[in-house]
Every structure is written in structure tokens, then in C-alpha cells.
Design a protein around this ligand. Structure first.
Ligand SMILES: [Fe+2]
Length: 454
């Protein structure tokens, strides 16, 4: 039998799979558009004239999905990603989906982005908030030979036009694609600075299926444990004073382990930075107690969201509709020698309601100036201060207390030799009640409400 000689022309090729990308138009309501634009505008103001392009790292922003200004966009992206996954046949009940990382990109004329992929995530989404149309800056997604790259340099893998897909960005357009697809951006020539926001989305096994039934899937992060890398377990302090409490009866509700230490650490470092700043404000009554407003950025917003995950139902029930504004976002820190404050309460004859959440940024001990509270004092008409009924919140780092501000309370003295007591305080109430710029950055007055953080 004669063997047939194979010849390249006789090789038959069959294209096996297609890759889906999703594109859609997302036009924000006016208010949301303004909120996002103002935010991007303020970032752009931080760039100098020579900087043609900047990413979230420049501003220290990697989780824009935590910011209230981007709530609308984040929710819309969720819906679009769910539709994308449905098309891919993914059963949404069995998996958990996370906004893992998200960042702003500011692009001026002349900038491009070289070829890359996002190996840290499963799906990527990019939203164009502001762009000059037909001005380059196209997103080119590259397929084909990348599937066989690995042991040879990319320059040998000449991709043919058929393995590239180009997308022209439009105002208010969203593109979703698998993160592992290589992509790049052609030079942008627009007059308007381009503002885009990128989200990296990760999928893990759902928390509901437990830890033992998720073979071959990334297990849900609630079951993860970070390496301690030699660090000793934090010392636990016996809870011998304040107990959990009943919010409506006692006027406070404590949670001893709400915020992880790595998150309190981020706020603490910002607080220390602020202490060195010129606009740092001393408490007039006590030079050993600092009070300073905190910026609402992705770190603080992320903490407020965690706080809300626990306290929101109580706050919603307690606060009147017109008392649900963010009226305080500040830190209070006492140093050794700080004196005990006078007991105070916001009790007023008006119908306004105010509540604060106090977060311990370090473990607070009896001698280092804990918050003290007289439980149930909001219900008493006579405001006689019986100090023997006061209870001390001697709680570990990351603990929180939700307090009805009508309850008599104060910070006690710091008579330790060397301990500092830093707190983050988040207050909700009537927007007409913000008087002190030490408590809330003026730009936030009347801007944020309770529901922005859920
Ligand atoms: Fe990218």
C-alpha cells in the first residue's frame, strides 16, 4: 500500500471554542454621574502636567467598590456579571462572586497601555465614564497563539488579525472579559481626559456548601486563615466590665470582634499621619486627647460597611428618617495624662436621634482611657450622674460599641504610663447637627446616608 505524503495544504483546521466578551451601555442617573465625575475630577487634580496616565496605585485606591460614590456602578456591574456568568452556564447559587479589586484609571492624550492580563482574577470589567469618542485608546483583546505560549518568547508568536478584537470605548460603556485574555490599549488622542474604572472579579465556592465539598474550587474566604508568620496571638482581655448590652434597654450594643486587626491598622496609620499634619486639631479641654476628622476613602468606607453588616438593622430601627445622615467620621485618641471627660449626652428636647459607633483601634485597658457609659440613662428624666453605675468598655482591638448618644457617656482618664487609646467614631444623625469640623469634614455634610454603606 502506498503511503500518502502529508502536505501542509492538506491539514484541516477546526476552530473549537469561542470566547465571549460582554459589552453594554450603562447610563448613570444624573446624581450618580455627578458623584463619580467629581470623584475622578478630584483625583485628576492631584496629577501634575507631565503625568499622562495614572492608575489606582498612585492614589492608594484599590477597592473603589467600597466607595459610596460608586455604589450605583458596582451594583450595575454585579447585574451584568451575573448575566455573563449565566451565559457561561454557571449556577449562581453554588458560587460566591466578589468585587476583589477595583481602581480608577486616568488617561490623557498620548498614553497607551502595553499588553498584559489580570492573572489575579477571573473576570475583568472596564467602565468608561468619560472619553473623547473616535480618538484611539481602543481596547484590543488578543487571542490565538497565547494559548501555546509558555516556553518560547512572545515575539515568536505573531498573532494574525483574526486573533485580535478591537473595541472602541464609548461614554458610559462597560466591557466584561475573562481576566486571562491578553489585552492592550492603543494610544489615546482625545482632548478630554479619559476616566475609566476597572473591576477584577473573583469567583469561589459558595459559603453555603461548606469547606469540605468544594474540591477543585477556590474555597470561600470565610474559611481561610492567614499565616501568623511568627506573631503571637493577640492578648485577650477579660471582659470584666461592659457586657454585650441591649441597645434599646441599655442604650448601647457591643461587639468584641467585629473588625479584623489588619483593617484597624490601616486607619491607625492614617490617624498617625494626620497627627503630624499642620491641620491637626488639639482638643481644647485636654492637650493629651486628639480629635481629628477622618477622610472617607476606601479603607474607612470598607470599615463602615463591616460595621453596617452588624448594626444596620438596629440603626435603621432607631434613627428617624431625617436623622440618618453621616454626621461624624473622626478619630479620638488619648495619651497618658489625658483627664477624664465630663459625662455628656446629646439628649435634647428636639425629636432628633443620634447614634455613634466607637471602634477600638487598639486594645483598650482600664487604665488607658476606655469609653465609660451609664446604661439606661437615656430613659431617665433626671440626669443625676451616678458614677458607681458607670461601666467601662475594656475591649480588644477591633471591638465596637453602638451607642445611643442620649446615653450619658465620656472617655475616662488615661493614667497608664505608656498606652495610647485610639478610637474611630462614626456618627449618624440629623445633618443640621454638624457643627464641628473636628468631627466631620465639611465636604461631607448632608452628603452620605446610612443606606450608602450597605
Ligand atoms: Fe487591563
Amino acid at each position: 500500500m502506498q503511503e500518502s505524503k502529508s502536505h501542509p495544504d492538506q491539514v484541516r483546521f477546526t476552530d473549537l471554542f469561542k470566547t465571549s466578551i460582554a459589552t453594554l451601555r450603562l447610563t448613570p442617573p444624573k446624581k450618580e454621574h455627578k458623584g463619580m465625575s467629581n470623584y475622578m475630577q478630584s483625583l485628576e487634580q492631584d496629577l501634575d502636567n507631565k503625568e499622562n496616565q495614572q492608575f489606582g496605585d498612585k492614589f492608594g485606591i484599590g477597592t473603589i467598590h467600597q466607595l459610596p460614590e460608586f455604589n450605583w456602578l458596582t451594583n450595575e456591574i454585579e447585574k451584568a456579571v451575573m448575566a455573563y456568568l449565566k451565559k457561561c452556564g454557571i449556577d449562581d447559587l453554588e458560587v460566591a462572586i466578589f468585587h476583589q479589586k477595583s481602581w480608577p484609571v486616568i488617561t490623557r492624550r498620548g498614553s497607551n497601555i502595553v499588553r498584559h492580563s489580570h492573572p489575579n482574577s477571573i473576570l475583568s470589567a472596564v467602565y468608561y465614564l468619560q472619553v473623547s469618542p473616535d480618538s484611539g485608546g481602543n481596547l484590543i483583546i488578543v487571542g490565538g497563539p497565547d494559548l501555546i505560549e509558555g516556553t518560547i518568547e512572545r515575539r515568536y508568536l505573531n498573532s494574525t488579525p483574526s486573533t485580535r478584537c478591537g473595541i472602541q470605548p464609548q461614554n458610559n460603556s462597560l466591557i466584561i472579559f475573562p481576566s486571562l485574555l491578553n489585552h492592550y490599549v492603543t494610544p489615546y488622542k482625545g482632548k478630554l481626559t479619559r476616566w475609566s474604572i476597572t473591576y477584577d472579579i473573583t469567583i469561589t465556592a459558595g459559603s453555603n456548601i461548606g469547606s469540605g465539598k468544594s474540591e477543585n474550587s477556590l474555597i470561600h474566604p470565610m474559611y481561610w486563615r492567614e499565616f501568623r508568620r511568627g506573631k503571637k496571638s493577640p492578648k485577650t482581655i477579660p471582659n470584666n466590665h461592659m457586657v454585650e448590652g441591649d441597645f434599646f434597654k441599655d442604650g448601647y450594643l457591643a461587639n468584641k470582634s467585629l473588625i479584623p486587626q489588619n483593617q484597624t491598622g490601616v486607619i491607625l496609620s492614617k490617624l498617625i499621619e494626620r497627627m503630624g499634619a499642620n491641620d491637626n486639631r488639639l482638643n481644647h479641654q485636654d492637650r493629651f486627647r486628639f480629635q481629628t476628622p477622618i477622610k472617607l476613602d476606601d479603607a474607612s468606607a470598607s470599615i463602615i460597611r463591616r460595621i453596617m453588616a452588624f448594626y444596620y438593622p438596629k440603626l435603621k430601627q432607631f434613627l428617624r428618617e431625617d436623622s440618618q445622615f453621616l454626621t461624624g467620621l473622626n478619630s479620638i485618641c488619648s495619651f497618658p495624662n489625658a483627664k477624664e471627660e465630663r459625662f455628656n449626652s446629646k439628649a435634647s428636647i428636639s425629636q432628633e436621634t443620634t447614634a455613634s459607633i466607637y471602634l477600638n483601634l487598639l486594645s483598650i485597658e482600664a487604665e488607658s482611657g476606655p469609653l465609660i457609659v451609664i446604661p439606661g440613662s437615656h430613659k431617665k428624666r433626671e440626669r443625676i450622674i451616678r458614677k458607681d453605675s458607670a461601666i467601662y468598655s475594656i475591649f480588644p482591638v477591633g471591638s465596637t460599641i453602638l451607642l445611643n448618644e442620649d446615653v450619658l457617656h465620656c472617655f475616662s482618664s488615661n493614667h497608664s504610663n505608656s498606652k495610647i487609646s485610639p478610637f474611630l467614631v462614626v456618627t449618624f444623625g440629623s445633618k443640621h447637627n454638624v457643627r464641628d469640623s473636628k468631627i466631620l469634614n465639611n465636604a461631607y455634610i448632608g452628603k452620605y446616608k446610612l443606606d450608602d454603606f450597605i
